[in-house]
Design a protein around this ligand. Structure first.
Ligand code: SF4
Length: 215
């Protein structure tokens, strides 16, 4: 079916970036934990809205229990790490202790590795929990933008890339996912820096270990 809707260009425009950054900045006029939670929630909701408004012609192959992309380098902003740490704090002790053990084990082998080295290592994300369906993300509802963006049209390509540990293996990720992530992640970090807050990207395992130790 033909559609008259023009797909967004691959790169967000300077105007789009300025508008989105201003929206995020307004949300954290007072940088309280509540406002930072709102920032994360706004970013995640906007990501889902953008995907719903720009459906791909091809269906994505992602399904529960398929965890090939959960063996890669992931980064998150400080407010995203805070929200994940709060989510984990509500878990029963046993589940939280198991996560801490997996984080420690993962940290010992991944600390300081680049994204390319992480592909070659192919270490599972410590947030993965074993289920009868396969590995499932234990923090799915609060996973960072970078994880939300990672989807694929071809699970076989993902499997090949994980198995072969090849950072150049082609994965057909929907362009709208990458574009939206780029826009929202950039603007979130800009807004945080503008408010004098931590606008860096933190590697997920190291960042969450640190955040949990401080909480
Ligand atoms: S946080 Fe969740 S979605 Fe992201 S890599 Fe880890 S297990 Fe996968």
């Amino acid at each position: 079916m033909k559609t008259s809707k023009t797909p967004p260009s691959e790169q967000p425009s300077p105007n789009e970036i300025a508008r989105q950054t201003a929206r995020f900045r307004a949300l954290i006029a007072k940088p309280t934990p509540e406002r930072l939670r709102s920032l994360v929630s706004a970013g995640h909701k906007q990501f889902e809205r953008s995907l719903a408004a720009n459906p791909t012609r091809q269906p994505v192959a992602c399904r529960m229990g398929c965890d090939h992309c959960c063996h890669l380098y992931v980064s998150a902003t400080a407010p995203e790490l805070m929200v994940i740490a709060e989510h984990v704090a509500a878990w029963p002790d046993e589940r939280r202790d198991a996560l801490r053990s997996r984080l420690d084990a993962a940290l010992a082998v991944t600390r300081g590795l680049s994204p390319v080295e992480r592909v070659r290592l192919s270490h599972p994300c410590p947030m993965l929990e074993a289920t009868p369906q396969g590995g499932v993300c234990g923090i799915y509802s609060v996973r960072p933008l970078n994880c939300r963006a990672y989807a694929s049209f071809d699970a076989v390509a993902c499997e090949r890339s994980t198995r072969e540990r090849d950072p150049d293996a082609p994965i057909p990720v929907p362009k709208i996912n990458m574009r939206t992530r780029r826009l929202l992640s950039h603007c979130m970090r800009e807004a945080l820096s503008d408010r004098g807050l931590d606008g860096d990207s933190h590697e997920l395992i190291e960042g969450l270990s640190r955040t949990l130790a401080q909480s």
